[in-house]
Design a protein around this ligand. Structure first.
Ligand code: BES
Ligand code: MN
Ligand code: ZN
Length: 492
């Protein structure tokens, strides 16, 4: 995609399609709409009225310009009321513009920045929206119609800051969008092909291409390290586990060292606590945390972050077989704590617990983990919002602020001490699951046992890691959730 910048009036931009993202409360007073109305012989306002266009979020109106403008078509895209708006919502508007461009076979689209968001960030969000909105996972489609090539070749960002800001915005958007796209592709890839070995190989070649150091450990090395919980989860599978550690070190002395851990269960059948078929259907998504951190660390390097970043993922399948770990088994973790298994489907926390212990050996200033950990978190916050739990509210506030500016919805959940008793075991230091109520919190409490005093934030992405319908720049299927916030947090 070729991006250019145009500093003149939107009505003068040379493109097949002109897209105008617009706030609901600006609809009547908009100077651009006034100008368009004039150029189109007073037809625009009556059409808005007639079609019920109120500039609600994601509402669009497509108008043919009858040769009266340089652009063949005009697209209005609603942004909702200005006071509720997050500048990052521009991504969704730009994505609508890119998708509309495809549907009318436009080769170029001009997108005008609303006056109040006309800065470098606004330009970045528009560019990201164009790139992310065009995302499709079509490598397995063989039918020509369904893989109809996208005609869109260039996007003109109209308004905003100057040329230098435009250049920076586009470069950054390209890096962010590529990282999100990579994570989406990995999540969407079926578990039959994206095995732990394959994910490790992909992460390794990506990291090597960016000059990062990579360590990939097999089962024997993990055994050496005493990762009894992680290996127990993997033992039911015919696929070997792979523990991946990618490190980025800035050229200058690092400001701080951060470990980002991702849950990397490439397929979660539940193990002997087998999931019903419908609950298993989407369980290739269970490595979305690993996808996010392994993809993000490469982008962190491209953005030359001043922070030292270690991306860590304990990749495995969770399968039932004659070799599976069993209910009632007592596992010894790398940290030395013992765990009684009362549900083999609570496998994520076992893999993460050992990954946290490994991460602590890097002596990080901060630890983050990203995991499609519990259905309970989706019940609590719905399918689009991630749950954030922590042992350090100062750190989690910083993280939540980064999420907000990156436009990813996350919300704090507590880790109530009183729920710890749900994890008490008679035969081991703890059990791996509590009772039904508070399932997201007991999972968080389990992880907290392994982090000690290092500032830590746990992000349960079971809901937003994948979507069952598209919305703006977010496609159906793998979303690449958390990548944008990671880059915001680690590179600003
Ligand atoms: N991978 C699942 C959680 C999940 C659910 C992810 C829905 C994405 C969408 C996790 O391993 C799991 O099975 N969790 C159990 C925990 C329970 C056994 C305590 C759950 O949520 O039911
Ligand atoms: Mn599970
Ligand atoms: Zn799982």
């Amino acid at each position: 995609m070729k991006f250019t910048h145009f500093g003149g009036l939107p009505t003068e931009a040379q493109a097949d399609l002109l897209a105008l993202p617009i706030f609901a409360d600006k609809l009547n007073e908009s100077a651009v709409i006034g100008a368009l109305d004039e150029r189109l012989g007073g037809t625009v306002r009556p059409i808005l009225e007639e079609e019920g266009f109120k500039a609600r979020p994601q509402q669009t109106l497509l108008v043919h310009t009858q040769g009266k403008l340089p652009q063949k078509r005009l697209l209005l895209v609603g942004l909702g009321p200005e006071k509720d708006a997050n500048p990052a919502d521009l991504r969704h508007a730009a994505a609508k513009a890119a998708k509309t461009a495809r549907s009318v076979s436009a080769k170029s689209v001009a997108i005008a920045l609303p006056a109040s968001l006309a800065d470098e960030r606004g330009m970045q969000f528009l560019a990201e929206g164009v790139l992310l909105g065009r995302y499709r996972f079509d490598r397995y489609l063989t039918n020509d119609d369904s893989r109809r090539p996208d005609t869109l070749e260039s996007a003109i960002l109209v308004g905003g800051a100057g040329e230098a800001a435009f250049g920076r915005a586009v470069r950054r958007a390209e890096i962010v969008a590529a990282a999100v796209t990579r994570a989406r592709d990995w999540v969407n890839e079926p578990a039959g092909t994206l095995t732990p070995r394959r994910l490790a190989a992909e992460a390794e070649s990506l990291a090597t291409s960016r000059g990062l150091s990579v360590k990939v450990l097999g089962p024997a090395e993990c055994r050496e390290l005493g990762m009894g919980m992680y290996l127990a989860v993997s033992q039911g599978s015919d696929e070997e586990p792979r523990f991946v550690h990618v490190a980025y070190k800035p050229k200058a002395p690092a400001k701080r060292r951060v470990c980002i851990i991702g849950k990397g269960v490439t397929f979660d059948s539940g193990g002997l606590s087998l999931k019903p078929s419908n609950a298993m259907e989407d369980m290739k998504v269970d490595m979305a945390g690993a996808a996010a951190v392994l993809s993000a660390v490469a982008a962190v390097a491209e953005l030359e972050s001043p922070v030292e970043v270690h991306a860590i993922a304990a990749c495995t399948e969770n399968m039932p077989s004659g070799k599976s770990y069993k209910l009632g088994d007592v596992l010894r973790s790398m940290a030395g704590k013992t765990v009684e298994i009362n549900n083999t489907d609570a496998e994520g926390r076992l893999t993460l617990g050992d990954a946290i212990t490994y991460a602590l050996k890097q002596e990080p200033d901060e630890i983050f983990d990203f995991a499609t950990l519990t259905g309970a978190c989706v019940v609590a916050l719905g399918p689009h919002v991630a749950g954030v739990m922590t042992n350090d509210t100062v750190l989690s506030e910083k993280w939540l602020a980064a999420a907000k500016s990156a436009g990813e919805e996350m919300w704090p959940l507590p880790l109530p001490e009183r729920l710890r008793e749900m994890l008490k075991s008679d035969v081991a230091d703890m059990k791996n699951t509590g009772e039904r109520y508070g399932g997201a919190l007991t999972a968080g409490l389990f992880l907290k046992e392994f982090v000690g005093s290092t500032p830590w934030v746990h992000v349960d992405i079971a809901g937003p890691a994948s979507a069952d319908k598209e919305y703006g720049a977010t496609p159906k299927g793998g979303t690449g959730f958390a990548v944008a916030t990671l880059l915001e947090y680690l590179c600003r």
